[in-house]
Design a protein around this ligand. Structure first.
Ligand SMILES: *Cc1c(COP(=O)(O)O)cnc(C)c1O
Length: 374
């Protein structure tokens, strides 16, 4: 494909910093880049603690484990998300309870969360889908009212904010992913942020096999090896150095798509709610009719333009078919089968975006004509 949906931008100090790790032999899970990456990330998010992990999935598990999630507990998650969100709940033996999504932002619906709270609910795990923040003020209020914790899955939303307060600073903890297609990358990698000193200590302990601080090779708890390497952190530091430019470029691409595709019949464009900043991980739009998705996708692929279908509703997949799901999550299902993501990363020039938008216009008009003819 000439235009992949996502491609990493490694054009800064990434190669130089990785070479430095190799030269100094600091390639494992200690080193100066790890310290710097965690510090830069905490500062950017506006929290005192950032704890680097080897990917974004274990980052969620680490946060839940530190919150003592156990079998019998119910955690409310959106059905419209990547599978990792609910899998981390299952790793603790707890029950993932699926809430529907908001029809405008496609993030977890606060009304739906409210309907799914039971005496066994211990926490809420909202996802900032495709980079748009979930309604964190309302979720925070609802959680406080019911004595629940909040862990944000911010894997797709590095740099987003609600009223100037960054995602990652709203929950008891929040998690990020640095997989190769995410907003900033370390190849594989993740991060947990928190303002809670005690929770931060516990996550650091569990991340590194639960080594006792005072007695060498003594373990009072069952920990994990969820550490990030200094090599991955070196890439992370180089990405953080350029993160404002990377975010600005994504915003520029999204604004240009929105402008070029405005008023196109047969589809709905993504929104950015007032008082919120979208991180624009993937520019995602809905077609009016689910049966239009495949022909549109195929037409674009023939032009070298890769697209990605929106996530399937998690509650429809085999491991989760018996899990509680709010009324079958009808909004999630509708969005899931009509949505496509367009190429969105910072390798795209204005001309690229104009060209892709032209092809999208043609493809959407094409399927609409076909339907009229039939
Ligand atoms: C990417 C992603 C994850 C998992 O991150 P990995 O680093 O791939 O393990 C979790 N949740 C969401 C919503 C994601 O998009």
């Amino acid at each position: 494909m000439k235009y992949p949906v996502a491609a990493p931008d490694l054009s800064g100090n990434e190669a130089a910093y990785v070479a430095e790790c190799l030269k100094s032999s600091w390639i494992s899970s200690q080193g100066e880049y790890l310290r710097r990456f965690e510090q830069m990330f905490a500062e950017h998010t506006g929290v005192p603690h950032a704890i680097a992990t080897c990917n974004g999935t274990v980052a969620i598990h680490l946060a839940l484990a530190a919150l003592d999630v156990e079998p019998g507990d119910e955690i409310i998650v959106p059905s419209l998300t990547f599978i990792a969100t609910s899998n981390a709940v299952k790793y603790c033996g707890a029950t993932a309870v699926f809430a529907d999504c908001d029809p405008e932002t496609w993030c977890i619906s606060v009304e739906s969360i409210e309907r799914m709270i039971t005496p066994r609910t211990v926490g809420i795990l909202p996802v900032h889908l495709y980079g748009h923040p979930a309604d964190m003020k309302a979720i925070r209020d609802l959680a406080d009212l019911h004595g629940l914790w909040v862990v944000e899955d911010a894997a797709e939303a590095f740099g987003a904010d609600v009223e100037g307060r960054r995602v990652g600073a709203w929950g008891e903890a929040a998690t990020f992913s640095f997989f190769g297609n995410k907003i900033i990358t370390t190849g594989e990698g993740g991060m947990v942020t928190t303002c809670d000193d005690r929770l931060a200590d516990k996550m650091r302990l569990l991340r590194g096999q639960g080594f006792d601080a005072n007695k060498r090779y003594w373990h009072n708890v069952i920990g994990y090896n969820y550490r990030m390497t200094n090599v991955a952190a070196a890439i992370g530091v180089a990405q953080m150095e350029r993160c404002e430019a990377l975010l600005a470029h994504r915003r520029r691409i999204a604004k240009r798509y929105s402008w070029k595709l405005a008023g196109l019949p047969g589809c709905t464009l993504p929104i950015e709610q007032p008082e919120m900043t979208h991180a624009w991980w993937m520019f995602t739009m809905l077609l009016d009719r689910p049966e239009h998705r495949e022909p549109v996708t195929k037409a674009l692929a023939a032009d070298g333009i890769e697209t990605r279908p929106v996530f399937y509703p998690v509650h429809e997949m085999p491991p989760y078919r018996d899990a509680p799901a709010d009324g079958g999550c009808p909004v999630t299902t509708s969005v899931s089968y009509r949505g496509i993501s367009l190429p969105s990363s910072s390798y795209l020039t204005d001309d690229d975006v104009d060209h892709i938008a032209d092809r999208v216009r043609a493809a959407v008009a094409g399927v609409r004509t076909l339907r009229k003819a039939a």
